[in-house]
Design a protein around this ligand. Structure first.
Ligand code: PHB
Length: 400
């Protein structure tokens, strides 16, 4: 009888208990470049995303995050768009992530809007991408983050009166040119030549472009080419043609000294000055832990770079949404959770601007210096918490 009473009591208590919220699996479509000359980019970002989840197993509470990967192949935007379409309609993903090349993000933006799927851009840097859909958040950078203050710094501090600009001829290249020129002109400099230098799918022979610059003798040569094989080839040609010896400083955004390529650039890179938000050499606790975890997971010869950091931070943002919404992804609530989100990134403190949904981050003037047989990134100056200048200044499509 006593036993029966006890069992009845236990049953009554169990009925009263609030059932534990059910953990869910959230599918995230990851569209990155895994083939062609730029395959390394996709690996960097995906490795960082996986590493974040491994290092923070409870980041999304008990919910699971399933990454469904797709190769965007070439940087035209067409493959990425088709993949996004399928991820949304067939795989029923609740969030999208990745997007190395601007055309991929630009082509996919209307689908994110139509289907109301939050889209975390982890590289594509054309400033106005975030204006294309209210469901876009960017954890990488805008081309203006680096190019605009670099223009000011080149005129005011490097003492460049004239500059030539070389750029890969597609949206982020044009954006970087426009941003640099606005900063440089505004600080009293003059851009004397603007040179389109091929497309992102193929590395051109940079010789004719750089010979033209050598003949023009500007004080500075500002370049945006995609990181990776483009940047490595550009710096090599700069060295081979003797532009530094001719007194022409090579400057640009951080893309042209990408960590994964820096050591193989050799002597030609020493003396380059860039504006950037990440280098594996950064000396802060979050970066030390990140680089250590990276080496443990992928070997000491592998290094993370600025693309990896955007993947790491982007994954943290996704996990934050999944945790906040307890696995039930309502797109508008997800955007609310991301707006104003703050994070201690390996690059330093970051925030998602609640108005523009773009990243706010420190920018650093950095010089490449030789140290023993290694090239090192030395921070010369820091500009704290930079908001995308294109949107701050309301230039062109950024004003919309
Ligand atoms: C871009 O397409 O937006 C892009 C690609 C490579 C970079 C930077 C920006 O290094």
């Amino acid at each position: 009888m006593r036993l029966l009473k006890m069992l009845a009591c236990a049953a009554a208590l169990a009925a009263l208990a609030v059932p534990a919220a059910q953990a869910r699996t959230v599918k995230v479509g990851v569209v990155l470049t895994f083939s062609g000359v730029n395959a390394e980019y996709g690996d960097q970002i995906l490795r960082a995303m996986n590493l974040y989840l491994k290092e923070h197993p409870k980041a999304a509470s008990d919910n699971k995050i399933e990454l469904i990967k797709r190769d965007s192949k070439n940087p035209s935007g067409t493959v990425a768009k088709t993949e996004v379409q399928e991820l949304i309609t067939r795989d029923k993903v609740e969030m999208l992530a990745g997007f190395v090349f601007s055309p991929d993000a630009i082509a996919s933006a209307p689908l994110a809007t139509e289907a109301k799927v939050p889209m975390i851009v982890m590289n594509a840097g054309t400033a106005w991408i975030t204006n294309l859909s209210p469901y876009i958040v960017r954890t990488s950078f805008s081309m203006w983050h680096a190019a605009y203050p670099m223009g000011t710094y080149a005129a005011k501090t490097l003492g460049c009166k004239t500059a030539a600009v070389g750029y890969t001829d597609y949206p982020p290249g044009k954006d970087s040119l426009e941003a640099f020129e606005k900063g440089f002109d505004g600080a009293g400099g003059k851009v004397i030549d603007k040179i389109p230098m091929g497309n992102p799918a193929q590395v051109p022979d940079f010789t004719p472009f750089l010979q033209r610059v050598k003949d023009e003798k500007p004080d500075c040569f500002y370049v945006f080419v995609p990181a990776g094989v483009h940047a490595a080839s550009l710096v090599k040609t700069y060295g081979d043609l003797g532009l530094r010896a001719a007194g022409i400083k090579l400057i640009g955004p951080l893309d042209i000294i990408q960590d994964t390529k820096l050591q193989q650039m050799g002597k030609a890179a020493a003396g380059m000055v860039v504006m950037g938000h990440y280098a594996a050499d950064y000396d802060n606790p979050a970066n030390k832990a990140f680089v250590k975890a990276w080496h443990r997971a992928y070997g000491s010869r592998s290094t993370p770079d600025f693309m990896a950091v955007a993947g790491w931070d982007g994954m943290a943002a996704i996990a934050h949404v999944v945790k906040t919404l307890n696995g039930k992804i309502d797109p508008d609530k997800a955007m609310k959770a991301l707006e104003g989100w703050k994070f201690d990134s390996p690059r330093g403190p970051i925030m998602i601007d609640p108005h523009t949904r773009d990243i706010v981050q420190n920018e650093h003037v950095e010089e490449v210096v030789g140290q023993g047989d290694r090239l090192h990134v030395k921070v010369l100056q820091t500009i704290p918490q930079v908001k995308d200048p294109c949107k701050e200044l309301k230039v062109g499509k950024c004003a919309q």
